[in-house]
Design a protein around this ligand. Sequence first.
Ligand SMILES: O=C(O)C1=C[C@@H](OP(=O)(O)O)[C@@H](O)[C@H](O)C1
Ligand SMILES: C=C(OP(=O)(O)O)C(=O)O
Length: 426
Amino acid sequence: MTDREVRAVAPLTAPPDAEVPAPGSKSVTNRALLCAALATGTSTLTGALFADDTAAMVGALRDLGVAVDTDESAARMVVHGVGAAIGDGTGRATVDARQSGTTSRFVLPAAALTATPVVVDGSAQLRARPFGPLLEALVELGASVRPLDRPGYLPVEVAGPLTAREVTIPGHLSSQFLSGLMLAAPLLPAGLAVRVATPLVSVPYVRMTGRVMAAFGAGADVTETLVSVPAGAYSATEYPVEPDASAASYLFAAAALTGGRITVPGFGADPLQGDVAFVDLLAKMGAQVERGADEITVRGTGTLHGIDVDMADISDTAQTLAAVAVYADSPTRVRGIGFIRGKETDRIAAVVTELRRAGIDATEDEDGFTIHPGPPRPTTFQTYDDHRMAMSLALLGLRSPGIEIADPGCVAKTFPTYFEVLDSLR
Ligand SMILES: O=C(O)C1=C[C@@H](OP(=O)(O)O)[C@@H](O)[C@H](O)C1
Ligand SMILES: C=C(OP(=O)(O)O)C(=O)O
């Protein structure tokens, strides 16, 4: 990473009025890649995301013996699925999930489908994130799990098979544990029922998991307290990936806080991603939002009001909202997101620290933050190797002078072309 690099973001000289494509969805790409790997036959993903998190999933699948052909210029990935034999015949595969929560949490249960031992590891950042509930669930389901460092964290060696048909996990830390179990579940001998013992966060991602599985021919019955997946199989398919709604949040926010208009194409009538609901919050703040049949448009009106909102369903857009809140005419309080302290960094502490660095009155709450609007002063923002810190704080530069972003390269995790796209608004 480029630790000492800093990128200046100069204010726009005129409000943007543009259609701006967003890259493919990280969450959908990584689910579709794994479903395709667990299918028999060849699947093609179009509109796929090419970024560090999806490179992590592609690398993991290859390490587990799955051939994946990629064509970045065509945004296409072709996966030669191996069914339940994933990881078989590799001896003792080692998977590097890099910084990717989805890759690591989705691959672990799949790697435990067979008796071949698989080591899952990741960056120092990923090694600091929680895995305990998922590892405990795998043990309950019959896997052997050997921590190679601290119990409950990566790196870990897992070996299957998974034999039980029921397990209980907590829901309040991360939905990815549940999604990971669901994705492997059709290939368990008797399917799987997962009970969720504590209130589930990031619920739309679990529904997304069920819908991507369905597109690959597998069933899942999803409620917030119980998910049931019958035994079955995945079938290979042609799969179009929708644009990334979390990435699009920065573009919509840019329109809202500059008084411009930005349309992001490619969201159908019923998008898979909960994060499209970010535009409803912009509408509550005073922006005009139109959801068309195939695109979403946000128009800034020049006025933004603070809101009080629970973002437990769409927490990846909480930092984006913090950036918009700086320009509102009253305070904004975000609640329900205590669990984002366990993401790429402690995102509550990080966003509050950085806004305060710019002279904004921001305060940390246990489960969120409060932002009192005001003009930010010229600041070099630290980004904590968190792509969403960099992408959110850069938005302030579109309106206020003297904004710089440290380590801008960290956006490669999900949106490698982010700063070029921001520059295209000029
Ligand atoms: O399942 C997914 O694709 C994701 C779920 C969310 O994580 P949590 O469930 O840990 O909140 C989200 O923050 C992450 O970027 C992607
Ligand atoms: C939390 C994120 O990613 P992940 O958990 O997949 O690493 C994110 O993209 O904001």
